[in-house]
Design a protein around this ligand. Sequence first.
Ligand SMILES: Cc1cc2nc3c(=O)[nH]c(=O)nc-3n(C[C@H](O)[C@H](O)[C@H](O)COP(=O)(O)OP(=O)(O)OC[C@H]3O[C@@H](n4cnc5c(N)ncnc54)[C@H](O)[C@@H]3O)c2cc1C
Length: 370
Amino acid sequence: MYDYLIVGSGLFGAVFARQATDAGKKVLVIDKRPNIAGNVYTEKIEGIHVHKYGAHIFHTNMEHVWNYVNKFATFNRFTNSPVANYKGELYSLPFNMYTFNKMWGVVTPEEAAAKIEEQKKEAGITEPKNLEEQAISLVGTDIYEKLIKGYTQKQWGRPCTELPAFIIKRLPVRLTFDNNYFNALYQGIPVGGYTKMVENMLDGIEVRLNTDYLENKAELDALADKVIYTGPIDAYYDFKLGTLEYRSVRFENEILDKPNFQGNAAVNYTDAETPWTRIIEHKWFEFGKDDEGNDIPKTIISREYSSEWKPGDEPYYPVNDEKNGKLYEQYKELADKEEKVRFGGRLGEYKYYDMDAVIDSALKFAEKEL
Ligand SMILES: Cc1cc2nc3c(=O)[nH]c(=O)nc-3n(C[C@H](O)[C@H](O)[C@H](O)COP(=O)(O)OP(=O)(O)OC[C@H]3O[C@@H](n4cnc5c(N)ncnc54)[C@H](O)[C@@H]3O)c2cc1C
């Protein structure tokens, strides 16, 4: 009945479905969730597009990907400029002249550079033995103590002295007043939310939600010549070689009866005592900032907590260590032998993909496959 059964309506599945349909193939997209769009799903609550599976900011240097997504959405000019809150002191991120001015009162780039050098020298670290020493040797003590130490400790659930130095290879320091977090040529958030963008990608394509492929495999396989599977690769093989691990995040959402909670989309809490790592205020992802945002009398915030992942939890970030890498390779060997099924996307390839990278990967895959 179908040329392709596409398991998963996230970006990989939706892009492949669009390309295959445009190439004249008949496709069916299924998803076990009650909604399309996978992890970029946004839900409109109180007039605000809430990023349900974590804040998503589109940024890319790939012109073809930028042109592609612009066929399905208009992007606003959102620029990611997070703020750090250290015990009530606010600092601009990533580290830039605003940060250094606030930290030390320095005014010129020379003064900021000299201050960092002075602190690095004072610490006298030549061969960093752990993350703490590595960070201090890169940016000095003050920035480490106020902006790195507590946040990193919360993220990894361990003190920085017990984390390996290699986690931080470099720490970008900007001696300019540029607080644009990403170094990408193109950046923004789709107007109307990501769900709308994926809906446009899937325009005219048959989609069945609340349909778990693995629970109805034989029946669903019989519907199509080929299967594009974007779910977890270990789940496909019923975890027979073992379970791939993920790093997890827990979100606590709250609707507040005020138009403006923190005045910025992302505020990182960099002290060790505050239990959450950051607070996202979703309305500030939308273009219009103050005027339009304040027209909506309510606001929605998400507190993010690092949490230990256990099998059955939502898989977020693949753990790129040796153990999981080896296990993935074993699953991939099995996957490569499949005749009818192809694996793609962040779960199918057990790989952290930014949105632009997963779109690029789906486009390349479609080009080869079709
Ligand atoms: C917390 C977080 C924040 C992020 N922020 C950014 C950001 O700011 N910028 C950026 O560029 N990228 C960001 N990303 C990356 C982005 O989320 C991914 O690039 C993108 O979601 C990958 O799409 P995908 O289609 O591969 O996977 P997914 O979106 O996970 O889609 C897979 C789909 O398959 C479905 N599925 C799985 N198993 C089955 C089954 N058995 N039957 C039926 N359906 C099934 C799932 O329900 C899901 O809908 C972030 C990722 C995380 C985890």
